[in-house]
Design a protein around this ligand. Structure first.
Ligand code: ACO
Length: 451
């Protein structure tokens, strides 16, 4: 080899045999990288499999040399067959099915089945699935009376949800049997079914309204809306357009491969904790404003901007670094338009036709228009993400801002459980990363009167 590649290799930096050899001797392409260990002079050839290097191979050849990757930005933590995401081309598929087709033709319950079982259900399988989920929506009276009602009157509904999900593990002791297929199936159904009930109960409590029991004659989303909004009427009939819009939002949020909360689910699941405890950890990860709280930040930003006329000034302040970030724009993985944002934009029009236009919509549209034609945003590949429009829909439907992460947690439960199940089926190792220690050297204890 000559030139750039050999220089890199002789400096002990990573060189890709595939790239170097393709450049310099296009006849041979090896799926490996070659590393020279400058400490020993050894040249090591490490195989690349499906675009990655297995840590086991790495450790065999270079024991004690760790990757330093705090945000796991360059580390594949698992092998998964659930969701495919191509951020450069704006592609998202669940089990191979394009998100656009699922949003148009499917329902959240069917998508949950797909994520968990790998295939779309037959009509008979779906009937059984729907029946089982519908008949597990009730929560134990003590979850509500003794647990949820014990919270302070102004408790945040997401804090209540995180705790309530964890508390379920104390009600279903069989959940510890994670390798018993029947027990596992039962906990999955319970979690999918009870999340809307817990979510609505948390909301009702936080606004001082009485709990509404599930209505088993309603579909998944209509039942949730009934538990949220029912007052004195014998039966709450949700507007079908709004129920369908919510269903679409649930489909779009059902999974997103190795995001922060799914990683939390996998990490806790890898210790063989029960699924309620693992799911509570995932909910807690979702609570953070960097993850499940971004759509709330969008609404706050739009409210603060206040009018379409002020949009250019706001954009200027973002570019100058004084106005913070343009919330709902940019994504770690998507470097083109988030496919979910496109679908949500269409759904927003349908919702606003019923609820009346969210007054913040015009500001959002102006922001998008200016940002998409501004070199600052286009050169950094910053496009609207799923959160840019979802908050506008939730707000128009009457959900308070505090419920936004809760609304995210309900459908993401299907994704979390699909990953949890996959992890157990793969008999994955417990997650236990390494660290680079930078603390003090060994030193002797000094008694308190001599410090
Ligand atoms: N507004 C303005 N500038 C931005 C934005 C934004 N929303 N996002 C990124 N940038 C700029 C950064 O300042 C940086 O510029 P520089 O190269 O001149 O320093 C460049 O784009 C790259 O930004 P990073 O922070 O390195 O990108 P990263 O991939 O780490 O961040 C993130 C992704 C966190 C989503 C970011 O784009 C952001 O903060 N967006 C706003 C919050 C948001 O909408 N979050 C929801 C994400 S979707 C979800 O979690 C469901």
């Amino acid at each position: 080899m000559s030139g750039g590649c050999s220089t890199l290799l002789s400096q002990g930096l990573l060189g890709s045999s595939r790239q170097c050899m393709a450049q310099e001797a296009s006849s041979v392409v090896a799926d490996s990288i070659t590393i020279i260990d400058n400490r020993t002079g050894n040249q090591l050839e490490i195989p690349i499999e499906r675009g990655g290097i297995a840590a086991s191979e790495w450790q065999k050849l270079l024991p004690g040399v760790w990757f330093y990757d705090p945000g796991l930005t360059a580390t594949a933590v698992c092998d998964s067959s659930i969701t495919y995401l191509d951020g450069d081309n704006g592609i998202l598929r669940y089990r191979g099915y394009p998100i656009e087709q699922l949003a148009e033709h499917s329902t959240y319950l069917e998508v949950a089945y797909l994520l968990l079982h790998g295939e779309l259900p037959t009509a008979a399988q779906f009937d059984t699935w729907r029946h089982e989920v519908t008949y597990h929506t009730y929560i134990h009276e003590n979850v509500r009376k003794r647990f949820l009602e014990g919270f302070h009157y102004d408790a945040h509904p997401m804090g209540m949800l995180v705790s309530a999900v964890a508390a379920l593990s104390t009600f279903y002791l069989d959940a510890k049997q994670i390798f018993d297929p029947e027990s596992r199936r039962k906990q999955i159904i319970r979690l999918i079914a009870k999340m809307p009930t817990l979510a609505a109960a948390a909301h009702r409590f936080s606004v001082g309204m009485p709990f509404v029991y599930p209505d088993n004659s309603l579909d998944f989303c209509s039942n949730f809306l009934s538990m949220m909004w029912k007052v004195a009427e014998p039966r709450f009939d949700a507007n079908p357009v709004l129920a369908r819009a919510l269903d679409i939002l649930f489909i779009l949020h059902a999974d997103h491969e190795q995001n922060c909360s799914t990683t939390a689910m996998r990490v806790v699941g890898s210790s063989h904790a029960d699924p309620y405890s693992a799911c509570a950890a995932a909910c807690a990860a979702l609570y953070g404003p960097r993850h499940g709280g971004a759509n709330e930040a969008v609404i706050r930003m739009l409210t603060e901007i206040g009018s379409v006329e002020r949009v250019p000034d706001f954009i200027r302040s973002v570019k100058e670094g004084t106005g913070g970030r343009l919330q709902g724009f940019g994504h770690r993985v998507y470097k083109s338009y988030d496919p979910r944002a496109k679908i949500i934009k269409r759904t927003a029009d349908e919702v606003f036709a019923i609820t009346g236009k969210n007054p913040l919509l015009d500001i959002a549209l102006k922001l998008e228009e200016i940002a998409l034609s501004d070199e600052y945003f286009t050169s950094r590949k910053l496009y609207p993400n799923v959160d840019f429009y979802s908050g506008l829909i939730y707000q128009a439907m009457g959900f308070p801002l505090e419920m936004f992460p809760v609304l995210f947690a309900i459908p993401r439960t299907a994704g979390w459980l699909a990953h949890w199940q996959e992890l157990l089926d793969q008999d994955s190792k417990i997650v236990r990363p390494r660290q680079l220690y930078s603390g003090p050297e060994a030193r002797d204890y000094v008694p308190i009167d001599r410090r």
